[in-house]
Ligand binder design. Structure first.
Ligand code: FMN
Length: 171
């Protein structure tokens, strides 16, 4: 089973745009995490500071049906956006091989990657961070597509096996 899907959470649309680009270029299915109740910026801040797992909905294919799942999420307060935290915890068993894309203004990606590995209990196979500007103005498109190419069957990354969680950067 060499299948790949993308799951994204997006508050202001940047991560969704990155995920849609990746999916449309590679022909991968997309699942989307939604907020169970409408949120404002302060709830984003508090969810991050308190590492909360807010209520979520999910529309998309079952991640357990795919060999590799690419998670796409924004950084909030130097940490993983809360709804993606909820998703990872809820689907931990189904997320066997995980690659991560974060979008942000400038900093926080390594914390999010460390947290995902910690929540999964194993390392991720690959990661990339993009600034919101790179996604908005298209300057990150080639790197995003190349990241996806590296996950395709037959590439070096597709052969990569997951590592123990302690090999990921500390959250
Ligand atoms: C509440 C909040 C906190 C944020 N904290 C950070 C941060 O710590 N570091 C950073 O580089 N960007 C931060 N950002 C910017 C977002 O990560 C960035 O705009 C991201 O691309 C938004 O993705 P989205 O449109 O998919 O929600 C923050 C944005 C919000 C709304």
């Amino acid at each position: 089973m060499d299948s790949i899907m993308v799951v994204c959470y997006s508050y202001t649309g940047i991560s969704r745009r990155a995920a849609q680009l990746l999916c449309s270029h590679h022909g991968w299915p997309l699942g989307e995490i939604t907020d169970a109740t409408p949120r404002g910026t302060w709830r984003c801040v508090l969810d991050s500071l308190l590492r909360r797992q807010p209520g979520i909905g999910y529309q998309g294919p079952d991640p357990g049906d795919f060999r590799t799942v690419v998670l796409v999420a924004p950084i909030w307060m130097y940490r993983l956006a809360g709804p993606m935290r909820s998703f990872v915890v809820r689907h931990r068993e189904a997320l066997r091989r995980v690659a991560v894309i974060t979008t942000m203004n400038s900093v926080g990606a390594s914390n999010a990657i460390g947290e995902i590995a910690h929540l999964l209990g194993h390392g991720i196979i690959d990661s990339a961070a993009f600034t919101a500007r790179e996604i908005e103005d298209g300057s990150g498109t080639a790197r995003l597509i190349a990241f996806g190419d590296e996950l395709q069957p037959g590439s070096a990354a597709s052969q990569r096996v997951r590592q123990p969680a302690w090999t990921a950067p500390a959250a």
